[in-house]
Design a protein around this ligand. Structure first.
Ligand SMILES: Nc1ncnc2c1ncn2[C@@H]1O[C@H](COP(=O)(O)OP(=O)(O)OP(=O)(O)O)[C@@H](O)[C@H]1O
Length: 540
């Protein structure tokens, strides 16, 4: 084996020795100048390891680990072989852990014969999937391995975005109650491998995560992670942002100008719809989500405040009023049903009893150039739309089947391009999507388009706007005089309506939604950088 082959530290900018060491004279090792292309950064270490049963010449620099097999010198002195062997390269930014590899007996916890070093890298697989991959660098020498281990660790410690300590929330009641299993079987082993400390709360009731977060010392952690579905992510995101306001001494009122969340939020999908996980990772895959967290891939994301005229209701990313909210309310009433069955039942029943909501929508448009926007607001001349000047509030009154207000694209398996493909994760705007009254058949056609490549908004009864603020005031009757309207508002103000805020059911009447650009960092990547999902809809 290679136990005797010691490493050597390469002093900066020193030329490779003209005459190789005795052992190297017997082997054909590509000279350093050949290993490093012109302009390549300085090597930190160079040594010999056995990799994949071949002796390899290994070079470590701050950004890369590269190796090529050592080819024995041919008796005929043919040197061409040395240049035919393939060099392998690992980018250090893809490495998330390094361990000393030892042979141990069953039950042995410490000690054991040193076999070498194992390097764990994050591998990009098909369809946005990430997986972990181990590379074994074998060498029996303790000194050799410890030196390499120290250098590799030092490089990994230099990646500032990577968390060292996480506060984890697991909702054991999500979807088919698999969140705890997902966490302990798939997520926790990877966090341990990456030497990330965790403080885990398995929630016992709805609102448990929120109350823990309110009392939590966020400075003790580098990030918060939640394992569950969209409703749970929403609770944790709200808790994290609420705690940030409390810590900053902000009053939690209607006019709140919120401060940013101090640490990022990671989402491990274990729910039924998992919109945030699809939007951030392009896939529902716990290992992919964990590796984004471990690698410290950070994505600033816009968030909204949802308020009544007197108080802040919550922080969130998206909301639905009308069909989307009534479907959720019905599903929540049937919590005893299995989750998929409950959601299908609620969807079909709400569709069968299709109703409009009479309300007034006021919104403040955002004037930004939208190259690929599907907007049709400027083209349309709605009967009941009063247009103001460019930066004034606009108003629409009428009977609406559904109103969606979304600060993020909201990708999911039923809508691979997103429920709101015309917004971005952090462009400082929200998509307001208004579905006016229409026949059930036309409404179903519109819903079916979410699953296809066709534009779901190209119907005469659908209007979309790019906005920064929206006020939704339910039940404003047209044709009433000002006094009658005031009386009606007074009675309906107390009457609450279901709202679907990030998959969580909230009861409210008048709601004011404001977008706050890049208010929170989430672990993940920008949807625009992901491969498009191939998921299709099977619900209609
Ligand atoms: N231990 C618990 N028991 C009951 N409810 C809980 C518990 N912990 C959290 N919750 C609440 O359960 C609600 C739903 O959770 P979650 O979103 O994880 O599951 P889901 O509804 O199956 O998934 P999805 O929202 O993707 O459809 C959340 O509002 C959360 O606050």
């Amino acid at each position: 084996m290679l136990g005797a082959a010691g490493p050597f530290l390469l002093p900066h900018s020193r030329a490779p020795p003209e005459r190789a060491a005795p052992e190297e004279r017997r082997r054909k090792v590509a000279p350093l100048a050949a290993v490093l292309p012109v302009g390549e950064e300085e090597p930190l270490l160079r040594g010999i390891f056995e990799i994949g049963k071949r002796s390899c010449d290994v070079v470590l620099s701050a950004r890369r680990l590269r190796w090529s097999p050592i080819v024995p010198e041919s008796p005929a002195g043919d040197s061409s072989m040395a240049f035919r062997v393939k060099e392998e390269i690992i980018e250090m930014k893809d490495v998330f852990s390094v361990k000393l590899k030892r042979r141990r007996f069953v039950g042995q916890k410490k000690g054991g014969t040193l076999l070498g070093i194992t390097i764990f890298k994050c591998l990009h697989k098909e369809e946005n999937k990430l997986t972990d991959y181990a590379i074994h660098l074998n060498n029996f020498s303790e000194d050799h391995c410890h030196l390499w281990f120290r250098h590799l660790k030092e490089i990994l410690n230099g990646f500032q975005n990577r968390p060292k300590s996480l506060k984890v929330f697991v909702n054991p009641s999500s979807h088919k109650r698999e969140a705890s299993h997902i966490y302990y079987e798939q997520v926790s082993p990877l966090l341990k491998l990456a030497d990330i400390k965790t403080d885990v709360t398995v929630t016992e009731y709805e609102g448990h995560a929120l109350s823990v977060l309110k009392e939590c010392e966020l400075q003790a952690f580098d990030g918060v992670v939640c394992v569950g579905g969209d409703g749970f992510v929403s609770e944790v995101a709200h808790g994290l942002l609420l705690k940030a306001q409390i810590d900053a001494g902000k009053g939690i009122d209607y006019e709140l100008t919120p401060v940013r969340a101090p640490i990022p939020l990671g989402v491990i999908p274990a729910g039924t719809t998992n919109i945030l996980a699809y939007t951030l990772y392009g896939i529902k895959h716990a290992v992919t989500a964990t590796l984004h967290i471990v690698m410290g891939h950070i994505q600033p994301v816009d968030a909204c405040t949802f308020s009544t005229p007197s108080r802040l209701l919550r922080f969130g990313f998206s909301a639905m009023f009308g069909f989307g909210a009534r479907t959720l309310a019905l599903a929540e009433k049937h919590r005893w049903m299995p989750s998929n069955q409950r959601k299908d039942f609620a969807f079909i029943k709400t569709l069968a009893d299709l109703k409009t909501e009479k309300c007034e929508l006021s919104f403040l448009p955002l004037q930004i150039p939208q190259e690929d926007s599907h907007e049709n607001d400027r083209k349309k001349k709605g009967k009941n739309k009063k247009k103001g000047s460019k930066d004034k509030w606009h108003k629409i009154q009428g009977d609406f089947l559904n109103v969606s207000i979304m600060a993020i694209p909201c990708l999911c398996s039923m809508a691979p391009r997103g429920l709101a493909p015309n917004t971005r994760l952090n462009n400082g705007s929200m998509a307001l999507i208004v579905v006016q009254n229409t026949s059930r058949t036309e409404f179903i056609k519109h819903l079916k388009r979410y699953a296809s490549a066709k534009n779901q908004f190209s119907f005469p009864f659908v209007e979309t706007y790019t906005v920064q603020e929206v006020k939704v005031q339910p039940r404003i009757k047209s044709g009433l005089d000002a006094k009658e309207n005031m009386d009606l508002n007074a009675t309906t103000a107390e009457e609450s309506h279901p709202w679907n805020i990030d998959g969580d059911l909230v009861e409210a009447s008048e709601v004011h939604v404001r977008v706050h650009p890049q208010l929170i960092n989430l672990y993940g990547v920008n949807t625009d950088d992901l491969e498009s999902s191939k998921a299709t809809c099977n619900c209609i």
